[in-house]
Design a protein around this ligand. Structure first.
Ligand SMILES: Cc1cc2nc3c(=O)[nH]c(=O)nc-3n(C[C@H](O)[C@H](O)[C@H](O)COP(=O)(O)O)c2cc1C
Length: 306
């Protein structure tokens, strides 16, 4: 079988192959260095960081469920300054080998803007910024900022005004098509679809949640068909590229997102179950592309036929 060009462009972020890592499941990358060649990935995305450090939620924060896991980490992070202090030297070097995407968190439009400004100042090596609009909006009682087209667009318009770097948006699994259109209009360069799905798991013996909070975010294979459907809906609705996320454990899982119209994919929970799986998934994706008889993976983006 002849070779396939695997390079893609995610809204201005060059990727040597379509495989990225999902925010919060790959830390800042260096934690995986002795398990895999991190620089061989198409990109990595760092854990969401805010203008100031966040403590996150109390333990327990993780719970395994059938075909997946739930988390209520609560976006614990050391802040942009802390991330750059702890991992900036590594990430600067990594950025010479692959694209480094930094995820941005915030509780208000102003906090997002402050975090983007800090990344602008302290992280010139970042190939792009990913705005996580699933963060709770403290001013509006904790509802996710990205749960309405208006709220989502307001965050992205404000961030767009302070950076020229490629801007990705990590979307909540709600009203995907209409919010995608609002985000494209607001200046997003690409969309990451989807974040974990709000879920509950109750210990019937203690009558308590398995997590320290009533609900948590569901990740893993149980999410995959829902995520593929939502990524496909987003891809139908907008012309900016989509990065598909949700339950990718194999190259074929990633291929489904590509066929549904995604330019790239992010591997999440699989990093926790099998560290190093992101590169296996990349190899399997390449094998599939060869079997499809194309010379360039871009030919397969959106090639789904009903
Ligand atoms: C432990 C853990 C922490 C996460 N932290 C973040 C985060 O900081 N920001 C974010 O946008 N998503 C976060 N996510 C969600 C993932 O990035 C991803 O969207 C979700 O898990 C679905 O993909 P998967 O099924 O491949 O894991 C986290 C997921 C897990 C399991």
């Amino acid at each position: 079988m002849s070779s396939v060009s695997m390079a893609v462009n995610l809204g201005g972020i060059p990727m040597k192959n379509p495989v990225n890592t999902a925010a919060g499941t790959f830390a800042a990358g260096w934690q995986f260095e002795n398990l895999m060649d991190v620089g061989a990935l198409g990109a990595i995305t760092t854990k969401g960081a805010a203008a100031e450090p966040w403590a996150g939620n109390p333990q327990p924060r993780l719970h395994e469920v059938t075909s997946g896991m739930m988390n209520s980490v609560g976006l614990m992070n050391p802040g942009v300054r802390g991330l750059v202090r702890e991992s900036g030297d590594y990430l600067r070097d990594l950025a010479t080998r692959t694209s480094v995407i930094c995820q941005v968190a915030g509780h208000s439009v102003q906090e997002y803007v402050q975090a983007v400004e800090l990344f602008e100042e302290l992280a010139p090596w970042a190939a792009g910024l990913e705005i996580n609009i699933s963060c709770p909006n403290i001013a509006k009682g904790g509802a996710a900022m990205g749960s309405t087209p208006e709220g989502a667009a307001e965050v992205i318009r404000a961030c767009r005004a302070v950076t020229k770097r490629p801007l990705l948006v990590k979307m909540a699994p709600t009203r995907v098509a209409e919010i995608a259109v609002a985000l494209e209009d607001a200046g997003a360069d690409a969309l990451t679809v989807i974040n974990s799905i709000p879920a509950m798991a109750i210990n019937v013996h203690t009558r308590r949640s398995y997590l320290s909070r009533p609900t948590g975010g569901l990740s893993g294979p149980c999410l995959h068909p829902i995520a593929v459907r939502m990524a496909w809906e987003a891809a139908q609705a907008v012309s900016i590229p989509i990065c598909g996320v949700g339950g990718i454990m194999t190259g074929e899982d990633a291929a489904e997102f590509i066929l549904a119209g995604c330019t790239a994919v992010s591997v999440g929970m699989a990093n926790l179950v099998e560290p190093g799986s992101a590169l296996r998934i990349e190899r399997e994706l390449e094998l599939w592309a060869r079997e499809q008889g194309v010379s360039d993976i871009n030919e397969l983006i959106g090639a789904f036929e009903c």
